[in-house]
Design a protein around this ligand. Structure first.
Ligand SMILES: Cc1cc2nc3c(=O)[nH]c(=O)nc-3n(C[C@H](O)[C@H](O)[C@H](O)COP(=O)(O)OP(=O)(O)OC[C@H]3O[C@@H](n4cnc5c(N)ncnc54)[C@H](O)[C@@H]3O)c2cc1C
Length: 483
């Protein structure tokens, strides 16, 4: 009697924030069950609501999907694109294809977690199951607890607990070939209109970035070859290429944190290595906070800060967004963001502090602008960082710490390279006045072609007055129970 071998079961591989083939546990799990694979990406703006991807992220996603589709095609399994509510699209795809399993990465965002629960429920009884895998972070947020079983609120003990787990598992190689399911209908990527048209604001972003898995590897190699060895000091200098610029690749999952971790581990960089790995743990800490405090993006984690008397000042907000506050390091950062979709971490802290404290405009306004303009916009890292700067997160800088943008500029951009690059209209000022152009004597200003209020704005706020106003507002409204 002829032996009848059943066809391999079909598994849907649902790509989310893990747009890569190497070290992708969802892909490995799907292949391990001997399945034919149907790779899918779903664009769902509705579930995310106000946190639907911003403009810069959409630009990145477009190119990232092109790159992923090319790698999948080369491996033998074309990428299928669908648009709509994931909780409708995924079960519909499962029934259309007779899939036995859906494999996907774990998402930390509350709206995706709700959608995942609904998908798992609607697949019940259909013979198909949703399997979620850790594809985007180093640790499982449910496994890290304090000795008394509570959630860590402070970064340092959290980082120690992560380190005590030992090294993360070694990354897995990308498969050379993937056994594909028969092809089904797919949207055309251009029909999603992810790229800006008129006006096309993306030229600076195009010139700065190449999304995709192989570009992520190249970026990592460049970092390891040069900046990694001085990371501990050069990471604070925005005028230098001192950081890895891997954040958008990590956010979209074009490279896994384990790949980065082990590649950095193999270098001989000592303390600089530790300092870099600690940043990767910060990224996990943000995801951990979002996992355990789903309100992180919209409400202060310390309720005592909910009543800060933030001002409604659209003119000042616009000036901040456009990099026209009259404070050079702030304007340089905001212009770097607009032009390239990215901003140096030190400068992110300075511009955020300036908005929330000197201008007394709410952190949620800044968070929303970053969300729209950053190519690495990440719900967890963005929200946790804004709360940190504001002082309203659990582990935050004290609220009375107000960055002075002039001394920050003088300390971290002492030769003015960063400010001169993004604020060319004051480039001719001598270094000693560059970070505070309003202090330049008339002769120096004239020699540099500077007319304050005409060629470059006068500062939007007096820095001392702004600081005092912020401290008064904080002291007047933050009433925390004595500890
Ligand atoms: C107000 C504000 C908003 C921010 N918003 C985001 C955001 O939306 N997305 C985002 O990825 N980062 C955000 N950050 C954190 C940080 O600024 C960026 O991760 C970093 O600048 C990315 O550059 P890099 O890849 O060169 O970092 P590197 O210095 O090379 O660090 C390596 C990696 O560690 C992670 N990392 C570094 N610093 C932090 C941090 N403070 N918190 C969490 N992860 C970190 C990033 O994934 C980064 O790619 C924000 C910081 C501030 C102050």
């Amino acid at each position: 009697m002829p032996v009848h071998t059943p066809p391999h079961p079909l598994a849907i591989l649902w790509f989310r924030q893990d747009l890569r083939l190497s070290d992708n546990p969802a892909l490995i799990a799907a292949m391990d069950c001997g399945a034919r694979i149907l790779p899918v990406y779903v664009l769902d703006d509705e579930a995310a609501g106000v946190w639907a991807m911003g403009g810069a992220s959409r630009w990145w996603l477009h190119h990232s999907l092109l790159s992923l589709a090319a790698s999948l095609k080369a491996a033998g399994a074309p990428l299928i694109l669908r648009r709509g509510r994931v909780e409708a699209v995924i079960p519909a795809l499962a029934s259309e294809t007779g899939a036995a399993a859906v494999h996907a990465g774990i998402a930390h965002e509350p709206f995706w977690r709700r959608a995942d629960a609904r998908i798992a429920k609607s697949l019940q009884g259909s013979g198909c199951r949703l399997h979620l895998h850790r594809t985007s972070t180093l640790i499982d947020p449910d496994t890290i607890r304090t000795r008394t079983g509570t959630v860590y609120g402070m970064y340092t003990p959290f980082a120690r607990a992560v380190e005590a787990l030992g090294e993360p598992a070694h990354p897995q190689m990308a498969p050379r070939t993937i056994q594909a399911a028969s092809e089904i209908a797919s949207d055309a990527l251009h029909s999603w209109r992810l790229l800006p048209t008129s006006p096309d604001w993306s030229s600076g972003i195009r010139a700065t970035w190449s999304p995709g898995e192989s570009a992520a590897r190249q970026r990592l190699d460049v970092f390891l070859a040069k900046a990694a060895a001085q990371y501990g000091t050069s990471r604070n200098l925005p005028g230098e290429d001192g950081t890895s610029m891997l954040s958008p690749y990590l956010h979209f999952g074009e490279i896994s944190p384990r790949i980065v971790w082990h590649a950095v581990r193999r270098t001989q960089a000592g303390a600089d290595q530790t300092s870099y790995l600690r940043e990767l743990i910060w990224r996990d800490f943000s995801a951990y906070l979002l996992w355990h405090y789903p309100t992180l993006p919209k409400a202060p984690l310390r309720p005592a800060f909910a009543k800060l008397p933030f001002r409604h000042d659209p003119r000042a907000l616009r000036a901040w967004q456009q990099g026209r506050t009259g404070v050079p390091i702030v304007d340089a950062g905001m212009r770097q963001l607009w032009q390239t979709g990215w901003m140096h971490n030190r400068v992110r802290m300075i511009v955020a502090s300036f908005l929330v404290k000197h201008l007394l405009i709410s952190w949620q306004e800044g968070e929303a602008w970053f969300w729209d303009t950053l190519v690495d916009a990440d719900l967890a890292s963005n929200a946790a960082s804004w709360q940190w700067v504001t002082g309203c997160g659990i582990d935050s800088q004290p609220f009375f710490r107000v960055f002075n943008p002039v001394t920050q500029g003088e300390k971290f951009d002492s030769d003015g390279a960063y400010v001169r690059r993004f604020v060319p209209e004051i480039a001719g000022l001598p270094n000693q006045y560059l970070h505070a152009p309003w202090t330049a004597p008339p002769l120096d200003a004239a020699a540099a072609g500077l007319t304050l209020g005409k060629t470059y704005p006068a500062p939007l706020v007096d820095l001392v007055d702004g600081r005092n106003r912020a401290l008064e507002a904080y002291r007047g409204s933050v009433r925390e129970p004595a500890s």
